[in-house]
Design a protein around this ligand. Structure first.
Ligand SMILES: C[C@@H](N)C(=O)N[C@H](C)C(=O)O
Ligand SMILES: [Zn+2]
Length: 189
């Protein structure tokens, strides 16, 4: 199976997501376009889990907005060159060495998301996307109550279907159910 075959386009499985891929624009912390595909690709099983979560959010009146999903190894390297802090940007792999693959954006097992209400407004959350400060972690005691409540709701639903929240970034979730596949460098478009 090629890399491309193990990744699916989320909207082909379910059109009810809002796709706002920040790294396909220059509106992200790098101030440049990181990759060309303005679309959400995920491991198929991860996409199925996300659709499960979406159904719960939908019942509660919310939509899921996806900021990032699959990202090529090349893109991970670029992000890390700009912010080389492993707590916020995962260290890219050295592909010349043997690697134990884990859940990652580089195999489409991680997603960066937020929630949107019925008026199309993003829910108040602890920070903006990719705010690499302590405020982005749910352990921070300075988060306003409503933002904390929203982020904890997001986390509880995502964890109920098999994702694991990432302690440093309220928006980042790893699929810890699906067997991790090799990282990929494929580009779409
Ligand atoms: C860069 C940020 N959006 C993110 O996804 N961070 C995690 C740790 C990652 O790079 O995998
Ligand atoms: Zn992420």
């Amino acid at each position: 199976m090629s890399d491309k075959d193990s990744l699916v386009r989320l909207l082909d499985l379910d059109p009810e997501f809002i796709i706002d891929i920040k790294y396909a624009t220059d509106n992200n912390f790098t101030k440049q376009r990181v990759y060309n595909f303005n679309d959400c690709y995920l491991n198929k099983d991860t996409a199925i889990l996300l659709i499960k979560a979406k159904k719960i959010f939908k019942k509660d009146g919310y939509k899921v907005k996806v900021w990032d999903a699959y990202r090529p190894i090349r893109a991970q390297k670029l992000l890390f060159e700009i912010v080389p802090i492993d707590d916020f940007v995962a260290t890219p792999p050295d592909m010349r060495k043997p690697i134990i693959f884990e859940y990652s954006h580089m195999n489409g097992l991680s997603v960066d998301i937020t929630l949107v209400d019925s008026n199309g407004n993003e829910l108040e959350m602890p920070t903006e996307f990719d705010d690499f400060t302590e405020m982005a972690g749910l352990g921070c005691d300075k988060i306003p109550p409503q933002a904390r409540k929203n982020a904890e709701y997001l986390k509880s639903v995502m964890e109920s279907v098999g994702f694991k929240a990432y302690r440093n970034e309220w928006w980042h979730f790893n699929d810890v159910v699906t067997k991790a596949t090799p990282y990929s460098d494929v580009e779409f478009n």
